[in-house]
Design a protein around this ligand. Structure first.
Ligand SMILES: Nc1ncnc2c1ncn2[C@@H]1O[C@H](COP(=O)(O)OP(=O)(O)O)[C@@H](O)[C@H]1O
Ligand SMILES: [Mg+2]
Length: 228
């Protein structure tokens, strides 16, 4: 193989990865926009509902925009971080997945104290929480329990997403934040956590995980901390 061909195939690989990454990332916001359009048409007679859904649609568009700029190599969306209410962010993330949550008959535990306002890139953190929820839903059988908790302690906000799914095997745990690491074969891209970690890092925060595969006590807890 000549150097030239190698370079070409390397280029194709990179393009393929990028396409995969973009497809994975736009799936959630596109699905959410689909649901929001449906809900708006259903509730078209209620102006308050329409406004509420359109505001949520706006957030999703911001996310799509952010993905595009990210893909084009701009490290971050052009806007500055804005003061965002974490409980409405968490509600939006859950709403995106409400269909799967109810289909799987998932028991939802929400602990959202009032008045937690963080200066963040809302669309980006929404993407992170959404990714954590997708993973939790993937890991659980029907009738599992999904908990989402928000906290403020000292100089940090905490967003915790926990499930009682299958857990992460110890030999996998050290790889889960690596791009393209997946245990879901063709159903996974292995990009959700690596992109989430990028986003949290850029916010000056941290993302940590605890998981158990002990029979009868399996489950996983992700904790995102963001500087207050
Ligand atoms: N809540 C969870 N429970 C069990 N395993 C998880 C959980 N979240 C992440 N993982 C593991 O981390 C891997 C990487 O996750 P992610 O980067 O989102 O990629 P993907 O979901 O496409 O596989 C998953 O394939 C899975 O093995
Ligand atoms: Mg994932």
């Amino acid at each position: 193989m000549t150097g030239d061909t190698e370079e070409k195939s390397e280029e194709r690989n990179t393009a393929g990865r990028l396409a995969l990454e973009v497809m994975h990332e736009i799936r959630n916001p596109l699905e959410a926009l689909g649901h929001l359009t449906y809900l708006t048409l259903e509730e078209a007679h209620d102006p308050d509902k329409v406004i509420q859904y359109m505001k949520m649609a706006e957030e999703q568009m911001a996310t799509l925009n952010q993905i595009v700029s990210h893909t084009l190599g701009c490290a971050r969306s052009t806007s500055d971080p804005t003061a965002s209410d974490l409980s409405s962010l968490a509600e939006s993330a859950l709403r995106i997945h409400h269909k799967r949550i109810s289909e799987k008959n998932i028991h939802l535990v929400k602990d959202f104290p009032e008045g937690l306002t963080a200066r963040i890139h809302m669309g980006e953190i929404l993407q992170v929480v959404s990714n954590l929820i997708v993973n939790a839903l993937d890991a659980m059988q029907s009738n599992g329990t999904l908990s989402v908790r928000l906290r403020r302690r000292h100089d940090n906000f905490y967003i915790v997403v926990a499930d009682n799914g299958q857990g992460i095997r110890p030999e996998h745990a050290e790889h889960i934040f690596e791009p393209f690491f997946t245990t879901k074969e063709e159903n996974g891209t292995g990009l959700g956590l690596s992109l989430s970690k990028d986003i949290v890092d850029r916010h000056g925060g941290r993302i940590g995980v605890r998981s158990s595969v002990r029979p009868g006590k399996t489950g996983t807890m992700f904790r995102v901390s963001l500087p207050a």
